[in-house]
Design a protein around this ligand. Structure first.
Ligand SMILES: [Zn+2]
Length: 484
């Protein structure tokens, strides 16, 4: 693809004093950075589908190559039995007094969804109107390249970095990081850092950066409703014998009230209440709510006339960032084309929960289990199997690292970042921060709300991508200054 030459600084950027050489080098290298990104996007590193395991390895190897190109040392693939490879590298010559910063991104991607709904092939990166389209173009291969671009610009210009840097690029983020604990046990010590920077988030708007201080957690539950030992003839038995699908539909309907707010007793009991200043921040971002609601309709591509769900006494942003959800995302039932005239004996449903800051996953899931067992109709059997779960993460916006990120973003984007929550989950954050003695985590992003990560036509706004790369180059200087 022919990327626009982006050697000129974005008009909004105000380079911090003393960093002109680094900023100019970074911009001069931008076409190469984008070409390397395109090269990575061409590798379909879909971690959830076993047939792409070789591609996950290839994307790890290509990522390792780029970390070496950036000037990092000790670059290698880190693996455990049965995991997709992680990639690490480091540059530790800034001295003992300089802080050590761990830079995180992930090289695996989501499946493509419905290929026909893509305007161009998901693994053939294509530029249209200033955006780069392709699976992983934003989430999160651009995150990898932001690290590469910043480190490379510094090392090429100065031969040194203002801080010690370690990089870890995960290969299993999109499947919920199932091996993170084992990975942390095995390799955590060598990744130890004073600050963690995760480039896998969304900015508030195009041109308006965001700094994320809260992530929702996640839990998977499989619910099995059983009515009988085997399906039976719907004519011979229907009208008297209960079927598992009707029972399941009634049971699922009981999880929410008419407005779509959660109606499970006790599930939300320990959700952390918003502090006054936090509520004020959310309300300031939300404005009167009208424009935000319109944007959400567009960005989510909602059908005309669809209403939002949830407790409407809470703002949209509070519902999205600070409250939990329970959503069915899959069901084992006969497909329509294969349906016969039988009463179904058993139906399995996958429930995906997003957990809010404050919620103890085990406590919340116990409440959900009680609800399902109590509300299953007609005396049928219900079995609840809890799968992967991780708690939400939240930090207080402020402090040295946070202020450094605010300064770097304000310089790169020409406006202060919004303090944001994120409805999604990054399992890496909490355990690593804990393992490093509560090291501050800076959650920054390359995406904007139009990026449609995980959906079709995923895309990256290229000018904002340059600003994200500049942010990181400036941030390294800020974090180095902070220590001095
Ligand atoms: Zn991601």
């Amino acid at each position: 693809m022919t990327a626009e030459p982006m050697s000129v600084l974005p008009a909004a950027t105000r380079v911090p004093s003393g960093l002109d050489d680094v900023a100019e080098r970074l911009m001069a290298q931008m076409p190469q950075t984008v070409a390397w990104l395109e090269d990575l996007v061409r590798i379909p590193s879909i971690s959830v589908q076993p047939e792409y395991a070789d591609d996950c390895r290839r994307s790890a190897e290509r990522t390792a190559q780029r970390l070496r190109d950036a000037g990092l040392e000790d670059v290698e693939l880190l693996e455990l039995d049965g995991t997709h490879p992680y990639v690490t590298g480091s540059w530790l010559r800034a001295g003992d007094d300089a802080p050590t910063v761990l830079l995180y991104a992930h090289h695996d991607v989501q499946p493509v969804g419905t290929p026909e709904r893509w305007s161009s092939s998901p693994f053939e990166p294509t530029e249209r109107e200033g955006r780069l389209y392709g699976r992983g173009a934003a989430d999160d291969k651009a995150g990898i390249m932001a690290h590469v671009a910043a480190i490379r610009a510094w090392l090429d210009t100065r031969g040194t970095l203002p801080v010690n840097v370690k990089v870890v690029i995960e290969g299993e983020e999109e499947i919920g990081s199932p091996n993170l604990e084992r990975f942390l046990d095995t390799y955590g010590a060598r990744l130890r850092a004073d600050v963690i920077v995760l480039t896998d988030l969304t900015n508030w708007k195009v041109g308006w950066p965001g700094l994320t201080y809260a992530l929702r957690g996640m839990a998977d539950v499989v619910v099995t409703v059983r009515a009988m030992q085997q399906p039976v003839h719907s004519g011979m038995w229907g009208g008297v014998v209960p079927d598992a699908l009707t029972a399941t539909v009634r049971l699922l309907a009981s999880l929410h009230d008419d407005a779509g707010a959660i109606a499970v007793d006790g599930f939300e009991d320990d959700v952390r209440a918003l502090a006054d200043d936090e509520r004020a921040r959310l309300e300031a971002l939300e404005g009167d709510g009208e424009a935000l609601a319109d944007d959400f309709r567009d960005e989510a591509r909602l059908v005309a006339g669809a209403e939002f769900v949830g407790d409407d006494r809470r703002t949209i942003l509070e519902r999205l960032w600070m409250r939990p959800t329970i959503t069915p995302t899959g069901m084992d039932v006969p497909a329509v084309a294969a349906a016969s005239n039988t009463l179904l004996a058993q139906v399995r449903t996958k429930l995906s929960c997003r957990l809010a800051p404050g919620q103890d996953p085990d406590r919340a899931l116990d409440a959900l289990r009680r609800h399902l067992e109590t509300n299953v109709p007609w005396g049928l059997e219900v079995q609840v199997d809890v799968g992967e779960r991780n708690r939400a993460w939240v930090t207080e916006p402020g402090g040295g690292a946070w202020d450094a990120a605010v300064a770097a973003m304000t310089a790169a984007y020409g406006r202060e970042p919004a303090a944001m929550g994120c409805g999604g989950s990054i399992p890496f954050v909490e355990p690593f921060s804990d393992a490093f003695g509560g090291a501050p985590c800076l959650l920054v992003g390359v995406e904007d709300p139009g990026s449609n990560a995980h959906g079709e036509d995923e895309s990256l706004h290229l000018e904002d991508f340059a600003k994200a790369c500049l942010t990181e180059a400036f941030l390294l200087a800020e974090l180095g200054r902070d220590a001095g």
